[in-house]
Every structure is written in structure tokens, then in C-alpha cells.
Design a protein around this ligand. Structure first.
Ligand code: ADP
Length: 671
């Protein structure tokens, strides 16, 4: 470094100023400077550089060897490489002129880049001959980066769809981007300098104090959903994020606001919610009406749900029935208005408006029924009677059965105009077709019920009418049997009596069935010994059913409180079945088992048995398993048996497999 100081340029550089009183050591000053400085001789050889220059270059050039610049590589600002002999210092020496703030980029040996402003200046001797030059290098990399960042940020702000606004702490708008213009409708020129409350609806002005309060406290307001006003006065749903803006000393000087227009997404959300709600309602209605078979609840559900969906003030279902005077339809269900209120005003009559619905022609949807050409033609009112439920918006959907008959109509009304939309029309139409199917089913069900009631009535009548002549025939035959002398005649009478007995049993069963259906099967309970009753039945049947041996496993004597005759009927039914349905076998077993709680009787045979499927049906009326048509029976015995057992709070069941015999059992509680 000593040598460098002796160099004429450096020596000149460090020449002490001649000002008296100031005694600065220039070499020290230049060495301590944070700004990079170096010198070259007239040939361009570097003769001096300070530590800041080494720091900037990332290397230390060799004095007297390296030419023009200590940088490892030099570039123009556009990134093109700059030959060393064209660098500003080289040009200063060659052209003998200064460069003011020439901008270059240098690359350091570690491949990092710096942006520099260079200030090379020629140094002349007394004769004005160039003896070298000095250069000052100012590192502007950080500043440049800051500028770039600023430019990027501005571009982002400008291109954002969100409104990005800044305001002072007293609410004056200080910046306004294109997004803000799009959302709020004001241009930058119009709004800058105005108060932020320009954008806030009157009713929400307090919000601003709250937001500013937060900002002053250094708090951010995040995703705050609120309403702001467009230049046109239209309200906009927005989501607002407000953050404090601080100056370089950290003092809060204002706020930045980002506002996003969420009107559309809120509307979309609302639509989705509505659709989900409607689907749910549709689903519920579908479920309810497919489960229900009674007309009243089907139609009430349908009327309530459709009134809710359409947002109607009230809704009603009217049956398509007109009275003798061809006047009114019948109100069946109502939603949203009281029946009294409705009935007071009279039923819809056979007018032009209603006729389109009840003729099933089409849906009628009118924004304002008072303006409809079909409206107001009927005297005496010529329109809505005074005081009637106020209807302006009107929707009517016919309910048409699969046969094409118009069952009735769903009617909706609202006091405001234009309430019902096409979507409402579609929804109600689809519900109405579902309802029509349910109503058809319900009608079928009602028809079947009516038929079944007729059949029960017939059975009751027929069995009663049969019983009387049978009893007489039986009486006469018994008298004849006693008086008949002829052996053959005796045999015939006995056989006839047997058949009469069978016929009598069948008729008795039929009578019992009709009693059960009418809820008139009375029990006469007494205490009796069950094992004795079984023994008695087994003995009697052994006479009449000689083909089989009935083996009774008696167990302990057991007293039960029950209807003796009905329990006897149960035993006879099960035992005769066991014999009847085991034609190939010759034995039947009866077991009696009792516990403290109950008593169980099992009747087992080795007959044709029952499949699982058959077992599911054998206790229903008139059911007979397939393949048993050659065995006499009506399919009523087990139905009656089950009914009797259950009337004693007992239960009955069967265990069986096809061709493996059957075991019927019933249990009756002792208490
Ligand atoms: P019915 O014997 O008059 O036909 P039931 O009500 O007593 O009427 O019996 C209903 C049906 O159950 C019978 O038709 C028969 O198919 C079946 N069934 C009843 N008992 C037996 C049994 N022990 N083994 C096989 N099938 C039986």
C-alpha cells in the first residue's frame, strides 16, 4: 500500500488540502470509506483500491497487473457481457472523460451479482496530460431489488380482482386499485381524498369506528363479511380484510383494505343450500307418501311441503268434485291458513281460472292473477270477493292419476306479485305426480279393504246360515240312528253322521274366523288339568283316527287357567293335522312340559313336513301348502289355533323340514 501511495495518482488523491486548521489523513479516510474507490495509471493498471472495493468485487486485484477494473466479470444492464477494455474506467482513460453514474452489473467469483453505479474520472498533470483515473463504485443492488419488488407489488395490486385500498387513520382514501374501481364503480380520481364512509351504507357506519379502533390498536380485521355500497347505490356483499400500515419508524399511519365481492359466491351458496333443502324435502315427501296409505296424511304432507317449498302464503288441495249445482270443489287439506278462515270465504267454484286445473289441461302460474284474462268473469264478484285470502301470485297444479283422471289440484297463493318461479312449478309438478301414484295406491288399498270386509261379511253370514240346517240334520240323523234296526242302514247313518261332523267342524271354523275378524271371539277361562284334557283328546282321536297310534308323554299334572274348549280345539287341530299330513307314518307323539312360568305342548309327526318358505305362511287364513290339495282342509285350523294361543298370551311355532316330519309347539303362561 505504501508503494501505491507513492503512485502519482494516489499521491495526488491523498494530497493534503491546504486549508489551514484541517488536518485529515486522506489515506485513512479513503480506506475507511464504505464506498468502493480505486485508481488506475494512464495505461489502465490498477494502482490502488480500498477494502470496500475488495468487498464489492469479492476479490483483490493485483496492483500493477490487473487492468481497468477489479471485477471478475462485467455486464451491461441488459445482461450482455461487457469486455473489460470497454468498461467505463477503460473508456475514461482512453477518451479522457468522466462518466457520471454509469450503470453496470458485475459478477463475483462466487457467482453472485451486484448492480453498480460507477463514477470514473480522469486525472491530469499540470500540462493537462492524462496520468490516470479514479473510480467510485456505488452498490445499488438493494435499492434496485427494492424498486423491482415495488414494481411487482404495484403490478399485483393493479391486476388484482379484489379491491385494494389504503386510507389514513381519519378514514381518507389514499390509494385505489383497478379492482376497487370494478367492485365499487368509482375511478381513482373520483375517490382519492374522499372519506371511506362513502362506501359504507348508512346503517353500518358504526362499523368503521370499530375497524379503525382495531387498526389503531395494531390489530388486523380478517375476512369480515359485510355490506358496502356501489357508486350506483346498489349494495354489495363483501369480505373485508383490514391491516394497519406502519411507517418506517413502526408508527401506524393508516390502513390497507382488501375487499372481495362475495355477492356471487353468497348467492351460489344460497342456491346450493336451497337445492339441498329442496332435495331433502322431496326425499322426505317421497318417503312419507310411499309409506302412508291413508289419503289424509299423504295429502297433508304434500300440501305442507309444497307450500313451504314455493314460499306460498298458503296452499291447499282441492278434490275434483263438484256439487249438485255444479258449484264448488272440495277443500281437503290446507297449509298456511286456518280452515275456518278459508271456509268462510267459500270454495273455489267452477270458474275459468279453476277449470284449467280441474280439467287437467296444464299448470297455471301467474305473476298477478288480477291481470289474467281468465280472471274476474264470474258474477257476482267478478274477481276476488271482498275480504278473501289475498291472492296475487297464483300457482295451480293438477294431480292426475295414472288412469288420466284428475284427482284434484294443488293451489298456492301469495299476496305479492311474481312469487312463483318456473322451478317451483317443476317441483310441485313432480311432487304432484308422486302424490298421484300414492293416491292411486291408497285407493287400491281402500278397494281391497272394502272387498275384504265384504268377504268377511259373507263368511259370517254363510257360516251362520249353514250351521242351522246342519244342526237339524245332525239331530234327525241321531234320532234315526237310535231307531234304525237294519245293520246296513245303521252303518250308512253312522258314516253320514261322521261326514256331518266334519262339515260341522268346517262351518264352526268359518264361524270362528268371522268372530275373530269381528273381534268377537270370547274366552271363558276356568282352572283345569291340562294333562287330563290332552289324555281325553288323545283317547277320542284314537277312536276316530285308527291309522295312527298317538303316544302321549304325560309329564307332571299341570293346572292351567284357560278356555278349556278353545284349548281342546287347539289340541284337536294340531293332532288331526299331524295325522292328516303324515299319511305314510303310523305314529304321532304328544309331549307336555311345564315349568314354574309356563307350560309347553309339543305335537310331533313323521309326515311330509314343511319348507322354510311354507312355514312363514301356514298361520295365515286360507293358506294351504302346495301339494296338499289331495288332503281335505280349508287352511283355517292353524290360523284359529294361533289366534287362540295368542289370546291366552301364549306363543306358537313349528320346527320342520320338507319330508322330515313336523313338530308344532305352543306355550301358555301359567299366570
Ligand atoms: P288345513 O289343514 O285345513 O289345510 P291348517 O290351517 O290346519 O289348514 O293348515 C294349514 C296348512 O299347513 C295345511 O294346508 C298344510 O299344508 C300345512 N300343515 C299343517 N300341519 C301340518 C303338518 N303337521 N305337517 C305338514 N304340513 C302341515
Amino acid at each position: 500500500m505504501r508503494e501505491a501511495v507513492q503512485d502519482p495518482i494516489s499521491a495526488r488523491l491523498y494530497e493534503k488540502p491546504q486549508t489551514p486548521g484541517i488536518n485529515l489523513h486522506f489515506e485513512e479516510l479513503v480506506n475507511a470509506s464504505p464506498v468502493a474507490i480505486y485508481t488506475c495509471d494512464a495505461q489502465g493498471y490498477i494502482t490502488y483500491y480500498n477494502p470496500a472495493a475488495v468487498n464489492l468485487w469479492g476479490r483483490a486485484p493485483k496492483l500493477g497487473e490487473d487492468l481497468w477494473c477489479g471485477s471478475w466479470k462485467i455486464y451491461h444492464t441488459d445482461g450482455k457481457p461487457m469486455p473489460l477494455n470497454e468498461c467505463p474506467m477503460a473508456r475514461t482513460l482512453k477518451e479522457g472523460r468522466s462518466f457520471e453514474a454509469a450503470e453496470i452489473t458485475i459478477e463475483r467469483p462466487d457467482h453472485t451479482f451486484r448492480n453498480l453505479l460507477v463514477f470514473p474520472r480522469p486525472v491530469f498533470d499540470e500540462k493537462n496530460v492524462i496520468i490516470g483515473a479514479h473510480n467510485t463504485l456505488v452498490d445499488i443492488t438493494d435499492q434496485k431489488y427494492g424498486e423491482e419488488k415495488q414494481a411487482i407489488l404495484s403490478a399485483i395490486v393493479e391486476s388484482s380482482d379484489d379491491a385494494i385500498i389504503s386510507k389514513s387513520l381519519d378514514g381518507i382514501i389514499t390509494s385505489w386499485n383497478a379492482g376497487a374501481e370494478k367492485i365499487f364503480g368509482y375511478t381513482e380520481n373520483e375517490i382519492i381524498g374522499k372519506h371511506i364512509s362513502t362506501l359504507i351504507p348508512l346503517s353500518l357506519r358504526d362499523e368503521e369506528d370499530l375497524i379503525i379502533g382495531n387498526i389503531r390498536a395494531g390489530k388486523k380485521v380478517d375476512h369480515f363479511q359485510t355490506v358496502r355500497v356501489h357508486r350506483s347505490g346498489r349494495e354489495i356483499q363483501i369480505s373485508l380484510t383490514v391491516s394497519p400500515v406502519k411507517n418506517s419508524y413502526g408508527k401506524i399511519i393508516g390502513a390497507s383494505k382488501i375487499a372481495r365481492d362475495i355477492s356471487e359466491s353468497l348467492a351460489a351458496e344460497k342456491k346450493i343450500r336451497q337445492s339441498a333443502e329442496r332435495l331433502q324435502i322431496l326425499n322426505n315427501i317421497g318417503k312419507v307418501i310411499s309409506e302412508k296409505l291413508d289419503v289424509q296424511s299423504i295429502l297433508q304432507h304434500v300440501t305442507d311441503a309444497t307450500t313451504r317449498i314455493t314460499g306460498a302464503a298458503f296452499g291447499a288441495f282441492f278434490y275434483n268434485t263438484i256439487d249438485e249445482r255444479d258449484e264448488s270443489y272440495t277443500l281437503f287439506t290446507l297449509s298456511g291458513a286456518s280452515r275456518e278462515a278459508f271456509e268462510k270465504f267459500g270454495m273455489p267454484r267452477n270458474t275459468a281460472v279453476f277449470e284449467s286445473t280441474f280439467s287437467g289441461r296444464s299448470v297455471v302460474r301467474v305473476a298477478d292473477i288480477r291481470l289474467d284474462p281468465r280472471y274476474g268473469h264470474n258474477s257476482p264478484n267478478h274477481g276476488m270477493p271482498e275480504g278473501r285470502l289475498p291472492v296475487v301470485s297464483y300457482l295451480a297444479v293438477p294431480v292426475i292419476s295414472s288412469s288420466g283422471t284428475v284427482i284434484g289440484g294443488l293451489f298456492f297463493g301469495h299476496p305479492d306479485a311474481g312469487v312463483f318461479t318456473e322451478e317451483h312449478e317443476d317441483l310441485v309438478s313432480s311432487i304432484s305426480s308422486q302424490a298421484a301414484i300414492a293416491l292411486d295406491n291408497s285407493k287400491l288399498f281402500e278397494d281391497v279393504k272394502a272387498l275384504s270386509a265384504k268377504k268377511d261379511e259373507f263368511i259370517a253370514l254363510a257360516s251362520h246360515e249353514l250351521k242351522t240346517p246342519l244342526t237339524s240334520i245332525k239331530g234327525y240323523l241321531q234320532v234315526l240312528q237310535r231307531t234304525e234296526r237294519d245293520q246296513l242302514g245303521k252303518t250308512f247313518i253312522s258314516k253320514t253322521l261322521n261326514q256331518i261332523e266334519k262339515l260341522n267342524d268346517l262351518v264352526t271354523d268359518l264361524l270362528d274366523v268371522s268372530r275373530i275378524e269381528a273381534g268377537k271371539l270370547a274366552l271363558e277361562k276356568v282352572m283345569f288339568n291340562l294333562d287330563e284334557l290332552i289324555l281325553e283328546v288323545v283317547e277320542n282321536l284314537s277312536y276316530t283316527h285308527e291309522s295312527h297310534r298317538i303316544i302321549f308323554d304325560r309329564g307332571n299334572p299341570v293346572m292351567i287357567y284357560a278356555d278349556r274348549q278353545r284349548i281342546e280345539q287347539v289340541l284337536i287341530n294340531l293332532l288331526t293335522n299331524a295325522v292328516k299330513y303324515s299319511p305314510q307314518a303310523n305314529q304321532v307323539w304328544v309331549y307336555l312340559k311345564s315349568s314354574e312360568k309356563d307350560v309347553t305342548v309339543k305335537i310331533k309327526d313323521q309326515g311330509i313336513g314343511l319348507t322354510n318358505e311354507q312355514q312363514k305362511h301356514i298361520f295365515t287364513r286360507f293358506y294351504r301348502a302346495e301339494g296338499t290339495s289331495n288332503i281335505a282342509g280349508l287352511g283355517l285350523g292353524l290360523y284359529l289355533t294361533k289366534e287362540i294361543v295368542e289370546r291366552h298370551q301364549g306363543c306358537i311355532g313349528v320346527k320342520s323340514e320338507a319330508d322330515k316330519g313336523a313338530e308344532f309347539y305352543f306355550t301358555i303362561p301359567l299366570n
